[in-house]
Design a protein around this ligand. Sequence first.
Ligand code: URA
Length: 241
Amino acid sequence: MSINRLDKIICDAGLATRSEARKLIAGGRVRVDGITVLNPAFKADTEISDISVDGQTVTGGFRYLMMYKPEGVLSATEDKNQKTVLDLLPQELKKLGLFPVGRLDKDTTGLLILTNDGNFCHAVTSPKRHIKKLYEFIVEHPLDYDDIKAFDRGIILQDGTECLPAILEIDEDDPNHGFVTVFEGKYHQVKRMLASRGKPVRTLKRISVGDLSLDAMLRPGEFKELTKNDLNLVVNKNVTE
Ligand code: URA
């Protein structure tokens, strides 16, 4: 349980100072489980209540963002020479200790989750959980049914690493285009799986993690806050639990 005063919860989430939080509450801009609360001393449990400011979810001290990672930025918190996904965030979010949940290569685009919740990150990336990830790709050479069967059996990478069975779908109208679902997260996994079939990747985009898909309204470099339901979709919990 994590019970606190409402003004403290908003302040701890980095959305406002304590006095600004009181003003937000007094202004009727804060809701707890859908009900406007005007008392800053109101106590809420951040683990079970949905708290929002101007409709934006505040999940206790923890924050969860969906970013449409653009090409050319690193999935890292900082780098001396290169731009990272953290550099795409505004100052007020940069100070919250957010980090990427897993990594996408510099040239890979698509769904990247950022959080400051280490337990959530572990739940998503733990090799034991086998959380599915869906990628869209374009490859140099056309794919065929033998590739589908090889993915289904489990690809053995060029260095001998064995991958779990994965689902390969080929675009009926364009055999250089398709989708792959993997249930683990090895280094450069999708590129290496396709390369092992002699089909080097030209472009790679992550479409979903668990049952959470990249929001079609987001443009590369944009991000949005995730709701509790979104988080449940990622870790495949029944949202009505
Ligand atoms: N697999 C890859 O090869 N690259 C990524 O960025 C993600 C998965």
